[in-house]
Design a protein around this ligand. Structure first.
Ligand SMILES: [Zn+2]
Length: 263
């Protein structure tokens, strides 16, 4: 919808232009002079031009509205589209769908939040774990509250930056205990480094730990993560790490922050 610039039809930001009324031709006495007739005829011609252009824009609106409806129907299961019978515009249909599915969306959102909370690095490399977390965050972004475009709203910018900080904490707190040193270094830094910057330090730390493991120090989990023949089996009950502590106190704010409401 966005690509076709049809989003405004669904949201109601682009309502149907009113139907224009055709201007009536001027009337004048049969013996009227050109001096009397000309301004009347000019005014009529101008009104006619406006009328035609209004009619064209309404026709263009109707065409685009038909496209919006077609896309909407094409992206729905038949039984869902049946529930939209009798609704005349794509805006009314969208409003109906939102009312019907918002609650289901919230349940889905909470399920993804739970999934995010249950993720741990286990035997993955930092890179693999980052990919896994990013995928879940991406789903949360799609399902969660929308933010205004960057720089247009202070409130949204603040929420966005809090979310970044929270995700940095979230990510670091789920890493294996051997990352403790670099984790506390990253967390005490002010301002907080962006996650991609933290990632390059974590990758370096991982290589360092791995090299340490290869040279004889005991780093079993790191070795496991890099040995292609060792299957990566998630441990059933990982040892308690910092994150359990984070999550006990962050569970509420995580939800509230994403919802954009204040505690
Ligand atoms: Zn905003």
């Amino acid at each position: 919808m966005g690509g076709q610039q049809l989003w405004g039809y669904l949201t109601g930001e682009r309502p149907c232009p009113p139907t224009p009324t055709a201007p009536t031709p001027p009337t004048y006495a049969p013996d009227a002079t050109d001096e009397v007739k000309k301004p009347l005829l000019d005014a009529f011609e101008a009104a006619l031009e406006t009328y035609e252009s209004d009619r064209d824009s309404q026709a263009a609106w109707l065409h685009e509205e038909a496209c919006a409806k077609a896309i909407l129907f094409a992206s729905m299961e038949v039984d869902i589209s049946m529930s939209l019978r009798g609704l005349s515009t794509s805006h009314l249909m969208w409003a109906h769908l939102r009312r019907s599915y918002e609650i289901r969306n919230e349940a889905l959102y909470l399920a993804v939040v739970e999934e995010a909370q249950s993720l741990r690095q286990h035997d993955s490399t930092v890179e693999e774990f980052h990919r896994q977390m990013s995928a879940v965050w991406h789903r949360l972004d799609i399902l969660g509250a929308e933010f205004c475009a960057s720089g247009t709203c202070q409130c949204c910018d603040r929420h966005r930056s809090q979310r970044e900080t929270l995700r940095l904490h979230e990510f670091l707190s789920r890493l294996r205990p051997e990352f403790e040193v670099v984790r506390s270094q990253l967390l005490t830094r002010r301002p907080h480094p962006p996650l991609n910057e933290a990632m390059s330090e974590l990758r370096a730390e991982e290589s360092r730990l791995w090299a340490g493991g290869m040279s004889g120090e005991s780093q079993p989990s790191i070795l496991a993560a890099h040995a292609p023949l060792v299957p990566s089996v998630p441990r059933r009950s990982p040892p308690p790490t910092l994150d359990d502590e984070y999550y006990t106190c962050l569970r509420r704010p995580v939800w509230l922050l994403w919802q954009g409401s204040s505690p």
